[in-house]
Structures are given as C-alpha cells and as structure tokens.
Design a protein around this ligand. Structure first.
Ligand code: NAI
Ligand code: MG
Length: 547
C-alpha cells in the first residue's frame, strides 16, 4: 500500500510540468529555482562539447541552511582533471567550521522539526513525503542531476564514462528507496518474563558525520545522505577535497525543496583538518566513512579516542574476478574488462585481480589485450569516449608508479603503461599478464586502469589465492556451471559476489566489506541499521488481560 501511495505521489509530481526537457546534447541552464517551479532555457547542442562552460553556483560551506565562508576565510582550488586548470575556488572548512556545522545539526536534531515530525515506534512515516520533500527530491534528482549535473558537475567532478550502465537515476533510486523505508522503520513489542510491557524503539542517533571520497561524488552523497535522513538523523557531510562541488549543488536543491536548516550541512575541506575534526568531534553521534583502508583506520581511532561514536567503514579492495574453464572467453574478457576499467579503474570494488583458468588463459589474454588497445581514451565530455582522466595528479602518479613496479617485478606489460597525451591526468589502458600473487600490483589497490591477469589451475587453487588478501570487498565469478558457481560464491570471503555480472548495484542490495574492506553495510535494509539505535522501554503492567 505504501508503495502504491508513493507511486501515486510520483505520478502526480510527474504530471506537474516540473520535468526539465532536453536531449543529452543540450545545455540546460536553470535561471530560477524556487519551490515547486523551475524556469529554464535549453540551447541546441553546442558546437564544441569538449569544454562546456561550467558555471559553478555554490562554493561556500553550507551551514544551517546558509552558504557561508569558512571561519578562516581560506579557499582552495578545485581542478579540472582534463587539464589541471582551476574550475573554482572553494571555501576551505576546518575545525571551527565543523564546530559550527555540528552545532547546527545538533540544534536541528534536538530542537528542530526533523526528528520530531512523527512519533517513533508507531510510524515514522510522512517525514519525507508530506513535507513535499520527497516529491521535490525526485524531481530535482531525476531531472536536474540527470541533465544539468550530468553535463556540468557530474562529469566534471566524477568523470564517469558515458557507459550505458551508468545511471544517474541511481541517485533518484536511492532517495526513493529510503524515503520508502521512512514509514516502515518500526520497533517491536516483545513478550518478556513477568508483567511488563516491553517496547523496543528504533531511534535515530542524532548528528551523523559523513566523509565521502571523490570517485563517485554524487552517488556517495546519496548512499550516505538518503538512509541517514530517512532514519531521522541530521547530517554534517564532508566531501572529498577533489570533488566539493556537486554535493553543495545537491544540498542546495534539498533546501529549495524545503529541508529545514541545519538538517544537512556540507563542509568542503581536507582530510587531516576538516575530516579529522568531524571524526573526533564530541557532539557527533555516528560516523560513516568511505575511502582508503589507511584513512579508515585513522578515522576509527579518532572516533575511539573522542566519544566512541559508532563507525561504519566502506574501504578499499583487491577484488578477484575469476574466469572458469567453461567460460565463454569473449564474454568473460568483456566483463573482466568492464569490472576493472569502469570509471577509470577508480572503483573500490574493481575486479583488479583477473584470475583465468590455464586452459583458456592465452585465448583470454588476446581478447583482454585487444579490448584495452581499443578502449577510447579522451575528454569525457566528448561522445564515444570510454575512459577519461584520473582524478588528480596524486592518483595519476601513483598509478604510473604501480605500473613501473609491475614491470620491475617481472610481470609482462601487454599494452599501455604510459600516460596518455601530454595534458591532464590520462593513463593508457594497461594490461599485465604473468602476474604473480606476491607482486605488489596483485596485492595493493592501484585504483586505476591497470588490469592484472593471473593464471590458475583448479578451483581449490583459485579460492585459496583469491582469499589471500587483507581485503574482502567484492568478487566476480564467470562460469556456466551452477556447481562451480555455488562452490565459489560460498568460498569467497567478500561482501559481494557477482556471478556472470559485475558492478550490479541496487539501493536494495547491501554493500560492504569483509576483513579490511570495511565494517557494517550500506544500502538496503542493512543500511538502516547503521543509522538507528535500539532502545528498550520497560513499564509494569497493572492487571493485564494477557501477558
Ligand atoms: P582517502 O581515504 O584519504 O580520502 C577519502 C576521504 O577521507 C576524503 O574525504 C578525505 O578528505 C578524507 N580524509 C583523508 N584523511 C583523513 C583524516 N585524517 N581524517 C578524516 N578524514 C580524512 O583517499 P585518497 O587519499 O583520496 O586516495 C588514496 C587511495 O585510497 C586511492 O588511491 C584508493 O586506493 C583509495 N580510495 C578508495 C576509495 C573507496 O571507494 N574505497 C575512494 C577513494 C580512495
Ligand atoms: Mg588520503
């Protein structure tokens, strides 16, 4: 029923002429954005789509519903990875700004309307939809982000490829999914021994601190913000220093849609300053982090040393992609290629160890190499481009270092291995064969377009080797044999195992890591647990009719 009510709401919003129209080649300019009404203009496809003019609307910190400068007045440049040129100067948040943002979030939680919109236990419903947020969010996300963000900030910041699989609808899906949960979060009434009425309440934590990385800025925004809000928390989110713009833009849309001030605060800034201040803040009740395993450890320590706030971590990986003996080699090579090269290899769950059965190894290698050779690298604003630049000079140099290490350690460089072009942070699609388990390129997260191909003999061999890693985020299995699939899916120690597919994400599918790939789960019903705490309320029963 609730789902039906939501879909009614959706269809009503769809018919209220708020949808922006424009073909993918159009530029779309929002000239006015008010609650429930957009006016816009579209122009025909621009002649030279390589350098679309990017108008950056918001560069300040978002605290208590207002865009403000940082307390220090400092700014830092955000760069275009295609050229290294400055896109904009952004306010640089530090501990004083984090204090201000946390105070605003605290007030919004303790005194503001957000967590009080409904009673706990019975219903938490209507929080999103009755206020019109839900409706507006969907409109904003589905239309503006898909079009405008896609053109302006989405690609500019994340350099996602225009792969058919990439869906900006993901953002809408997340908010819709968690808005759908908002009225289904309820506790329990449990029968306990004795004459007592026992209620188990599921309550929001309060102020959630969230730290996100740069590889999928808008998606990470949605993964973090949607469940936290649906559960009634207020938020201080720190964006990655490489990609501060799109979250500010998205948050502004939430304000336009009626989100009360202080509920969602955004701090741009660096890890050791703003990130550390948020992690160690005494008034932050819960912390969620996505990024490297090393930084995850720091964040966990800061949380422990301050107020022991619970922490969820979504960290790095070195995920195996296993191509079994019976696989259709062509399809397997294509999927393995996608599993590694998607988003320039900048994926926590990238299939970065391609294990191939010895009988099909040579054949597979030829296909894998051909795919890499033919991969189209260039400006992601240009049609037909499959691979854009890496995010920044640090990542770019790190990847090239790993490639050199791969060569020095005796792996065979089949193709690539160099920078692509002479400007920007482009790396040639690179394939190594003859990779051995103990080589650095087989052990550490490269986070770039570098495929390492390893040979295996049998299932026992590949299971042991695939699991010999400190990581456990994801794994891929390619086989037509159900028994092989069942054996591998249970034996692989990873939070996600994709069989004959890869990078299939859904708001309902939990995501997170075994071992040093993380703690806790995001998405799905499991993602709610990260933003709720459990309270037992016990009251005596006087002359109960039943117990
Ligand atoms: P990082 O883990 O250092 O940065 C991620 C976020 O953490 C950013 O918002 C950053 O400002 C923040 N941060 C950094 N130091 C912090 C500190 N001391 N306290 C609190 N927050 C802090 O990742 P980085 O340096 O951008 O990339 C390094 C490597 O991490 C990459 O090469 C890649 O291997 C891995 N990585 C993994 C990601 C994933 O999705 N699991 C995402 C980004 C990077
Ligand atoms: Mg770092």
């Amino acid at each position: 029923m609730a789902a039906r009510r939501l879909s009614l709401l959706l269809s009503r919003s769809a018919s209220s002429n708020l949808f922006l129209r424009g073909s993918p080649g159009d530029t779309v300019t929002i000239s006015r954005l008010t609650r429930g009404a957009f006016s816009y203009s579209t122009s025909a496809a621009i002649e030279e789509p390589l350098t679309p003019s990017v108008k950056v609307d918001y560069t300040q910190l978002l605290i208590n519903g207002k865009f403000v400068d940082s307390a220090s007045g400092k700014t830092f440049p955000t760069l275009d990875p295609r050229t290294g040129n400055v896109i904009a100067h952004v306010a640089e948040g530090d501990s004083e700004d984090v204090d201000r943002a946390v105070a605003a979030a605290r007030k919004a939680f303790d005194e503001g309307p957000w967590p009080k919109m409904t009673a706990y236990v019975t219903t938490l419903h209507l929080r999103l939809k009755d206020q019109g947020y839900f409706c507006a969010l969907l409109i904003c996300l589905k239309n503006i982000m898909m079009k405008l963000q896609h053109l302006r900030l989405g690609i500019m910041e994340s350099h996602m490829n225009r792969l058919p699989k990439l869906k900006y609808q993901w953002l809408c899906v997340f908010f819709r999914y968690y808005a759908g949960w908002a009225d289904k979060i309820h506790g329990l009434t449990v029968p306990a021994d004795g004459e007592h009425h026992v209620q188990i309440l599921h309550e929001p934590f309060g102020v959630a601190g969230q730290i996100i990385p740069w590889n999928f800025p808008l998606l990470m925004f949605a993964w973090k913000v949607a469940p936290a809000l649906a559960c009634g928390n207020t938020i201080v989110l720190k964006t990655a220093e490489q990609t501060p713009l799109s979250a500010l833009y998205a948050a502004k849309l939430f304000l336009e849609a009626g989100l009360p001030p202080g509920v969602l605060n955004i701090i741009s800034g660096f890890g050791p300053t703003a990130g550390a201040a948020l992690s160690s803040h005494m008034d932050v009740d819960k912390l969620a982090f996505t990024g490297s395993t090393d930084t995850g450890k720091i964040v966990l320590q800061l949380a422990a040393k301050s107020n022991l706030k619970p922490v969820t971590l979504e960290l790095g990986g070195k995920s195996p992609f296993i191509v079994c003996e019976d696989a259709d080699v062509e399809k397997a090579a294509e999927l393995a290629h996608f599993a590694l090269f998607f988003n320039q290899g900048q994926c926590c769950c990238a299939g970065s160890r391609t294990f191939v059965h010895e009988r099909i190894y040579d054949q597979f290698l030829e296909k894998a190499k051909a795919l890499a050779v033919n991969r189209v690298v260039g400006d992601p604003f240009k049609a037909g481009i499959q691979q854009g630049p890496q995010i920044d000079t640090e990542q770019f140099e790190k990847i090239l270092r790993y490639i050199r290490v791969g060569v020095d350690s005796g792996a065979t460089l089949e193709t690539g291995g160099e920078r692509f072009g002479s400007t920007g942070y482009y790396v040639q699609p690179t394939v190594f064969s003859n990779v051995q388990d103990d080589m650095l390129i087989a052990k550490e997260e490269i986070f770039g377009p570098v495929q390492s191909i390893l040979k295996f003999k049998d299932l026992g061999d590949v299971v042991r080797r695939a699991n010999t890693t400190r990581y456990g985020l994801a794994a891929g299995v390619f086989t037509q044999n159900i028994d092989t699939a069942n054996t591998l899916t249970r034996a692989l120690r990873a939070g996600t195992v994709w069989v004959n597919c890869f990078d299939v994400f859904d708001a309902a599918i939990p995501f997170g890591g075994y071992k040093m790939s993380g703690q806790g789960r995001e998405k799905g019903i499991y993602g709610l647990n990260s933003y709720l705490q459990v309270k037992a309320v016990v009251t005596p029963l006087k002359n109960p009719a039943w117990i």
